[in-house]
Design a protein around this ligand. Structure first.
Ligand SMILES: Cc1ncc(COP(=O)(O)O)c(C=O)c1O
Length: 457
């Protein structure tokens, strides 16, 4: 019997609800603190940055939150996304494991990011926001928000980390095609950016810095502009749960259930989007799926960071949350997986990792490109360098299953395609790409400037 490769859902199967992990969290999350007073934040403080419906979602403990019809109508442009069996990769590896992947690269922006961008733009629009500001690393998030801005007729200002701005010019042009305005961060448009450029005119930037700039612009706009974050926050992770809800139905179509679910982690949204609906079954129905977050060795916040209160951004303007962090002052090495260059991790993922409900592994840059190329040649899709981390780990799981003679069912999230990441592939092929050692000295230095609220931990 030939192997079925694609597991497709109909438009009518598109989930009607997002899953909110807050309803089932087995560990109590720490409070979110104000960056100056270090007291728990009030909705008033958050409302300078976010519209009220998103603030309500952020703190909600309802298990399911209805997806508005307007958002579902846009999701239908690419959702439900396909689930595929990587049978050709299995064969190449000679593994008894079954490898499945959810293909989020089929969205118009090329990644999972529009799942939350569309939702955030919608809730901002109905709340009267005129313009959105945001940061972007690899350009995937900025592209998604620019797309969402064009659907809801809102201006979008994107602060793009300079090293990615230089490495990925085509992403910038795609953002501009959707109507986004893109600036290489640090910029001279903000007080914080100007202070950094004065110290170093060639500053490479970081996600933490770009967040600070986008937050500064929104916070000083007199309410006209709101800030939009592409990861980390509860509501963002919740919007991504459509991935896992669909995957549950599709695994059912495949007649299998995953032993292990994998996703790369920057701030954690695509991993949580796929993994949390499976976590729900672990918590409520006694399933025992392993949930593995895969991070780069150059920014290993889960595997090498400390679990502490820290700022979400570099300039200490964003709220303080309890998370695994390398220190908000840490400047990650310029790896090509720009979307994974973040010092912290979503608080819910951090809390679940601390309590052993999820696992984490760190993988080096060269090994992720080897995995990406193996996958591209076997399955035909060139993955984003970020997603290649999940592929690396899926391959390692499949090889481990082979060594142990186990039939393991592996599911990973292909969070995006890499069609705009050819400069990274070129660098790999020309031998210019290297591994970055874990920057222990820089991390130790950065962790010295954590806010002094550790006693509340
Ligand atoms: C393709 C892709 N995957 C993963 C990520 C990491 O983000 P998150 O951990 O929020 O999914 C990014 C971020 O830009 C991305 O572009």
């Amino acid at each position: 019997m030939s192997t079925q490769i694609r597991f497709q859902l109909n438009e009518s199967d598109l989930p009607k609800f997002w899953y909110n992990v807050n309803a089932d969290m087995p560990v109590t999350p720490a409070p979110v603190l104000h960056p100056q007073t270090m007291e728990p934040v009030t909705p008033d403080f958050l409302s300078a940055l976010f519209p009220m419906p998103l603030i309500q979602q952020e703190v909600s403990t309802e298990r399911y939150i209805e997806i508005p019809e307007e958002v579902r109508d846009i999701y239908k442009l690419w959702r439900p996304t396909p689930l595929l069996r990587a049978a050709r990769l299995e064969k190449l590896l000679g593994t008894p494991a079954h490898i499945y992947y959810k293909h989020e690269g089929v969205s118009p922006a090329g990644s999972h990011k529009p799942n939350t961008a569309i939702a955030q733009a919608f809730f901002n629009k109905i709340s009267g926001t005129h313009a959105l500001t945001t940061e972007t690393g690899a350009g995937q998030w900025g592209t998604a928000l620019s797309l969402a801005g064009s659907f809801f007729d809102m201006e979008v200002e994107v602060f793009m980390v300079r090293v990615s701005y230089d490495q990925k010019p085509y992403r910038r042009i795609l953002m501009e095609t959707y109507g986004g305005q893109v600036f290489a961060s640090p910029t001279d448009r903000t007080q914080y950016g100007r202070s950094l450029l004065a110290e170093n005119p060639d500053h490479p930037g970081s996600l933490g810095i770009a967040i600070s700039e986008a937050v500064e612009v929104a916070a000083t706009s007199g309410g006209k502009k709101k800030y939009s974050l592409g990861s980390v926050l509860n509501h963002v992770l919740m919007h991504q749960s459509v991935i896992g809800e669909e995957a549950l139905m599709q695994m059912d179509l495949a007649g299998e259930y995953p032993d292990v679910v994998l996703g790369c982690v920057g701030g954690g949204s695509n991993f949580a989007g796929l993994a949390y609906p499976f976590l729900r079954h672990n918590l409520l129905d006694g399933k025992r799926t392993r949930l593995v977050a895969v991070e780069p060795m150059a920014t290993p916040s889960l595997t090498k960071g400390i679990y502490a209160f820290d700022y979400g951004d570099t300039a200490c303007m964003a709220p303080i949350v309890k998370m695994y962090t390398l220190g908000h002052a840490f400047l990650p090495p310029p790896i090509h997986a720009g979307g994974l260059r973040y010092h912290g991790m979503a608080p819910s993922i951090s809390a679940l990792y601390k309590a052993n409900y999820i696992e984490a592994v760190a993988v080096p840059q060269l090994a992720t490109f080897e995995a990406a190329i193996l996958f591209a040649r076997a399955e035909g899709i060139t993955p984003a360098p970020e997603s290649a981390h999940a592929i690396r780990s899926a391959i390692d799981e499949a090889l481990d299953a082979k060594q142990k003679g186990e039939k393991r069912v592996i599911l990973f999230n292909l969070s995006g395609h890499g069609n705009f990441d050819m400069a990274a592939y070129q660098a790999y092929f020309s031998g210019k790409l290297g591994d970055y050692d874990y920057p222990i000295e820089a991390v130790t230095e950065a962790q010295k400037s954590l806010p002094m609220v550790a006693e509340m931990a």
